[in-house]
Design a protein around this ligand. Structure first.
Ligand code: F0G
Length: 356
């Protein structure tokens, strides 16, 4: 099967030319899954999930990273550098490996999920854990990019947002028009800005007739945009969005206001409840941060008045990198001595022993 290549498929909307190497790990073209259960519970007839966990490193970051690293390669960069709460570093490390470039990543010490740290190491990045928050790690990465001549691949690099806007294109291509609402988590605020860019570019190109309202959600303990001021010590179980001073703050606020949308806060309990709902009701296992948009939809259900409105929730990453939060596995596993105990626990009617 000939798998589509994201850089080529959307090239007329991307900063790529004949000189740009078309690297790929199979990013993008993620499934838009129609809700079978949660939508009904919420009284929404057209609820969809854009599941970004199927990207090669397990998150939406791969869409932007393939563009940023291809451009770094094209422009002869010596290597790439980023700060990260985990997913960006995993993605940068993977695409740098693919491009044959060295990667340097700076993460907040103790602040990222073990699966993400492991990915960065596995893909061969040089990993530095710095005391303090993501915001401090980002300052270090920006400084390193200038002083060590490494290409910064955080979302301050416009190629990242250019790549991430392809998710908006895919949604429109699949639905035939923009949704009425887009719900998503907000951390460093690059993704909400990128989606808005994508929907607006598609409308300018005549590929969609309308624009969605954006509904972004921060974790309550890390909600600078909601509070209107930086949060020096952000706290939340959703480590991916534990950010107190988002780099794309202004563009996120613009996207919110231009779209007639909202940016609100959801608590850790609400995030973990949404994470459990997605897994149990829909078969979608996402990381805590990725459940924030759905937590927002549950909490602020009244934002969507028309039951027939088309609502898309972006699920930004797989649950496998940070599996534990929200699940008490031990209490849900029965330890048994034999088959008899299993049958007894299930309470099922038993037929005679099968002969085969
Ligand atoms: N969801 C996940 C799984 C993320 O990893 C991130 C951000 C977000 C949502 C928020 O997106 O920052 O564009 O508003 N992760 C970054 C990182 C910060 O370093 O991996 P955003």
């Amino acid at each position: 099967m000939n798998r589509l290549n994201l850089l080529q498929f959307y090239r007329e909307f991307l900063p790529v030319g004949p000189q740009t190497p078309t690297i790929s790990l199979g990013e993008g073209f993620t499934p838009l899954i129609r809700s079978r259960h949660l939508g009904r519970q919420l009284g929404l007839e057209n609820l969809y999930f854009k599941f970004e966990g199927t990207n090669p490193t397990g998150s939406f970051k791969d869409r932007g990273m393939v563009v940023a690293v291809a451009k770094a390669l094209e422009e002869g960069a010596r290597g790439v550098v980023c700060a990260s709460t985990g997913n960006t570093s995993a993605s940068a490390a993977a695409y740098a490996a693919c491009a044959g470039l060295p990667a340097v990543v700076v993460v907040p010490a103790g602040g990222i999920a073990p699966g993400k740290l492991l990915q960065a190491v596995a893909y061969g990045a040089q990993v530095f854990a710095i005391n303090g928050t993501f915001d401090r790690a980002l300052e270090a990465a920006v400084e390193l990019s200038a002083r060590a001549n490494l290409r910064l691949v955080n979302s301050l690099n416009p190629h990242r947002l250019a790549g991430q806007k392809t998710a908006a294109f895919e949604i429109v291509d699949e639905l035939g028009d923009s949704p009425d609402y887009l719900f998503l988590p907000v951390g460093n605020a690059g993704n909400i800005s990128a989606y808005w860019l994508g929907f607006k570019e598609y409308r300018a190109a005549g590929r969609t007739t309308k624009l969605p309202r954006l509904a972004g959600f921060q974790a309550a303990g890390a909600a600078p945009i909601v509070l209107g001021r930086p949060v020096p010590k952000p706290e939340t179980v959703a480590s991916a969005i534990r950010i107190g001073h988002p780099a794309n703050w202004d563009s996120a606020v613009r996207a919110r206001d231009e779209s007639g949308g909202v940016i609100e806060a959801v608590t850790d309990d609400e995030i973990l409840a949404a994470r459990r709902l997605l897994a149990k009701l829909e078969g979608l296992f996402v990381e805590p941060a990725s459940a924030a948009g759905v937590a927002g939809l549950v909490k602020f259900r009244s934002l969507v008045q028309d039951p027939r409105a088309v609502v898309v929730c972006v699920l930004t990453g797989t649950g496998l990198k940070d599996p534990a939060p929200g699940f008490d596995v031990e209490s849900r596993v029965y330890h048994v001595e034999d088959l008899g105990q299993i049958l007894e626990t299930l309470g099922l009617e038993v037929s005679p022993r099968s002969s085969g």
